[in-house]
Ligand binder design. Sequence first.
Ligand SMILES: Nc1ncnc2c1ncn2[C@@H]1O[C@H](COP(=O)(O)OP(=O)(O)OP(=O)(O)O)[C@@H](O)[C@H]1O
Ligand SMILES: [Mg+2]
Length: 285
Amino acid sequence: MLVELGAVGYTYLPRSEAAAQALADVSLTVGSGEFIALIGPTGSGKSTLVQIMAGLVKPTSGRVKFEGNDIWLEKARLPERRRLVGLVFQEPEKQLFEMTVEDDVAFWPRNAGVSAEAVPEMTRAALEAVGLDYPSYRERSPFTLSGGEMRRVAIAGIVVMNPRVLILDESTVGLDARGRMDLAGRIRALNQKDTAIVMVSHDMDEVAESADRVIMLAQGGIVFDGPPREAFKQTDLLAGIDLELPQVARIAARLRRQGLLGGRLPLTLAEIESDILTAFGKVPE
Ligand SMILES: Nc1ncnc2c1ncn2[C@@H]1O[C@H](COP(=O)(O)OP(=O)(O)OP(=O)(O)O)[C@@H](O)[C@H]1O
Ligand SMILES: [Mg+2]
């Protein structure tokens, strides 16, 4: 296992009047190459949980392991582990601090002893992996970019470290539909190159298209952990935490009520297309 959380709990401002328990008894694992969607209502503890997974916040109780070793018992190796489990924050603009896009993305390689000749190529590759053209963006100030471009630069700053686990905290919020689809495709491409992905998302269409495992949080605890098709069968659970089914599944449910579609619950555009073609007696390509 890459990351392993055992009975993790977290309380903000412990021992004070304002103490707030954000997580209780959370156990989960992240295996190599997985694509996990972390979903749950606002305030359910998603951001707290991913900061703990990335080794940025120490849990108040429980253990966090990376490849079997308790990361808080080996503090000397924390920086290396923070590189291997990279987190793009919910507000990525907070992650940008250099004068140019190039300096920002090159920050880690320059400080990690990568040879000076190799840095521009790594920077170019990381920017291209998130869909930004290196020559056009390298000299720009991160603070003159649009929200979507900032998000991409912040992701590139993590991708450049070649993490084993890439955690994205609502990184596609605020992008237009095309930008969201484009970025989702690029994240899937990173996953296909064997980077495990943990994606915090409120967008169930995005979850259905990309994830192969869904972890549902409610009030600081895991209420479901399994494949998306199982997750979206939990209609009571989803309604209880104010989450909608993916649009494709909602359309399929209406067609089913009319007796027009049976069989499995389609979750992605490709699946519903194939089911509708089959219903019309056509052979899907
Ligand atoms: N700095 C903080 N101090 C005190 N309480 C906090 C702090 N940050 C978060 N909390 C509380 O911890 C709980 C979990 O917050 P968290 O940010 O992890 O939720 P979330 O699931 O990421 O929500 P969202 O979907 O809105 O981003 C909430 O009740 C929140 O109010
Ligand atoms: Mg959050």
